[in-house]
Design a protein around this ligand. Structure first.
Ligand SMILES: NC(=O)C1=CN([C@@H]2O[C@H](COP(=O)(O)OP(=O)(O)OC[C@H]3O[C@@H](n4cnc5c(N)ncnc54)[C@H](O)[C@@H]3O)[C@@H](O)[C@H]2O)C=CC1
Ligand SMILES: O=C(CO)[C@H](O)[C@H](O)COP(=O)(O)O
Length: 299
């Protein structure tokens, strides 16, 4: 298949490389010329603009967007709009909000597939897990590319109509937040607890046959190996947050209780106070108020 890829960052380059490796022809565009050059080195045809990319594709265009979620997707679709018709297929492989994907599917002249992508840069070797929403015929059309970009035929699936791919990915990310939080809590207790433990060793033993083994736990093992058992200079601050926020908003709307995912998100926001959490500081001062307990003071 001839595939246009727009957005050639950490994830888009992998879409390019895995598609090329499977024998597809790729035309690649990014606002960043260096990213285009990297794709060209890998064997893609470099495009100088979106118009150029479209000109190089055949009559039935197959285009994969891997730009940051939000405005970049809308801007790209606006530029593509006049070049597209109902025989074309556009995939958005980023972490777009599912309601944005439903809106885009309605307004895009091409068939639109919202594709939740999981696996991160490690997917370069392994392939991704792809959760796809949109019309069946467009999914079937794209199957050879999905086979290449995913771990294989079992690494992708059509979840349902427009929006469902990004909906499933949104909830996947909520699960990711909660899993990260629970591993974090367990290792925190091991670190602060009564034995002087080598946490890389603990993670390694758990990763070999334990009930809680997983890829995230392998990444915990890697983190302790590379940063040290006390995590060295890693700061108490977690960035990100949009996909977890959407998951919690959806849970509130659907009245489905998700206490673990909600707490993981709250912990993430709580990590961002520059000078300590106001609520924790007030709780500390209140302990003095009611119990004359000592108040730890900052410098
Ligand atoms: N990094 C990760 O682990 C994962 C990322 N994603 C999602 O995949 C999407 C891409 O992520 P990354 O590759 O990590 O981001 P990135 O920041 O590494 O790459 C984004 C690329 O898009 C380009 N770009 C931005 N606006 C553009 C435009 N209007 N036209 C053309 N190119 C444009 C940038 O120059 C950059 O090269 C995001 O939606 C992200 O949330 C999904 C799963 C995992
Ligand atoms: O989708 C992903 C992994 O599955 C991306 O890495 C995403 O950025 C993770 O979400 P956040 O940035 O909120 O931690």
């Amino acid at each position: 298949m001839q595939l246009g890829v727009i957005g050639l960052g950490r994830m888009g380059q992998i879409v390019v490389e895995r598609s090329l490796a499977a024998g597809h022809d790729v035309v690649a565009f990014d606002l960043d010329e260096e990213a285009v050059a990297t794709a060209a080195d890998a064997g893609a045809a470099p495009a100088a603009s979106i118009d150029d990319l479209v000109d190089r594709l055949g009559a039935e265009k197959r285009i994969w967007l891997m730009v940051p979620a939000g405005e970049a997707v809308d801007v790209t679709l606006e530029e593509l709009e006049t070049h597209l018709d109902g025989d074309d297929v556009v995939v958005d492989g980023g972490n777009s909000y599912f309601e944005d994907s439903v809106r885009r599917a309605e307004s895009c002249p091409a068939a639109y597939l919202d594709c939740g992508t999981s696996g991160g840069p490690a997917g370069a070797e392994l392939g991704f897990s792809l959760m796809v929403g949109g019309p069946q015929w467009a999914y079937d059309e794209f199957e050879p590319v999905f086979d290449a970009v995913a771990t294989g035929p079992d690494g992708h699936g059509r979840m349902g109509p427009a929006g469902s791919g990004h909906y499933v990915k949104m909830i996947h990310n909520g699960v990711e937040y909660a899993l990260m939080q629970t591993y974090g809590e367990g290792f925190e207790l091991l670190h602060e607890g009564r034995y002087d433990l080598d946490l890389e060793n603990v993670a390694s033993v758990w990763n070999n046959g334990a009930v809680i083994r997983s890829w995230l736990l392998e990444l915990c093992e890697e983190a302790f190996r590379e940063e040290g058992t006390d995590l060295g200079t890693v700061a108490d601050r977690i960035e990100g947050g949009s996909t977890g926020t959407w998951t919690v908003q959806e849970a509130l709307e659907q009245e489905v209780p998700l206490p673990l995912i909600y707490t993981a998100l709250a912990e993430r926001f709580g990590s961002r106070a520059d000078d300590g959490r106001f609520s924790r500081r007030l709780a500390s001062r209140l302990r003095y108020g009611f119990g004359r307990h000592e108040v730890p003071r900052r410098e």
